[in-house]
Write a protein that binds this ligand. Structure first.
Ligand code: URA
Length: 210
């Protein structure tokens, strides 16, 4: 698994405001979207393109366009939804699938409660969105879901990650073709499974349920 940790002052600035507990839900949503757009730039570095010919007002020339099959973006419900718009703004021709994974608050074990994905994922570049890579359980479950559906090329994008989460993903993916893009690598997890220093419960902060 290739891990890329963003290193850009705009990303660090926006993450700092996002972490602040006094940041309101509307601002949190806006920042999550903006951060995703910045991370999407990194995550799509190897997006497949096909050469094409176009005519400018001046002459015929060659360029590239995003190749078929189009990338598939898969936000993990619910908090991943907050990142979707930031990704589709940058890649508007991407298709969107959904996986719903809930984490038991005492055992931290993930289970899938919803999914809507194309039947065949062979040859698709899949981008999984989940703001918090904590224990890695939810993201690992979602990536396994995609592998079981034939995916061979998965990029996961998270705002924050932990060394524990990265290790858990590494154990799952082995030598499969998986990229992980993080906005920042945090210190670890507290006894309640929250990322520290983190930003709290991303879903609650996005959707105002705090
Ligand atoms: N999920 C969250 O939303 N926040 C954490 O800190 C860990 C998991």
């Amino acid at each position: 698994m290739r891990v890329h940790i963003a290193d850009h002052p705009l990303i660090t600035h926006k993450l700092t405001v996002l972490r602040d507990k006094s940041t309101s839900s509307p601002v949190f949503r806006q920042l999550t979207e903006e951060l995703m757009t910045l991370l999407a730039y990194e995550a799509t570095r190897d997006v497949r393109v096909a050469e094409c010919e176009i005519e400018t007002p001046v002459m015929v020339t060659n360029g590239v366009k995003i190749a078929d099959p189009k990338p598939l973006v898969v936000p993990i419900l619910r908090a991943g939804l907050g990142m979707l718009e930031g990704m589709t703004k940058l890649v508007p021709t991407a298709e969107v699938g959904f996986v719903g994974i809930v984490r038991d608050e005492t055992t931290f074990k993930p289970s899938t409660y919803a999914e809507r994905l194309p039947d065949d994922l062979a040859g698709r570049q899949c981008f999984v969105l989940d703001p918090m890579l904590a224990t890695g359980g939810s993201l690992a479950a979602a990536i396994k879901f995609l592998f079981d559906r034939g995916a061979t090329d998965v990029t996961a994008v998270c705002l924050l990650g932990t060394p524990e989460g990265v290790q858990a993903l590494e154990a799952l993916v082995g030598d499969r073709n998986v990229n992980l893009v993080l906005g920042a690598m945090d210190d670890g997890l507290n006894e309640k499974g929250y990322i520290v220093p983190g930003l709290g419960d991303a879903g609650d902060r996005l959707y105002g349920t705090v």
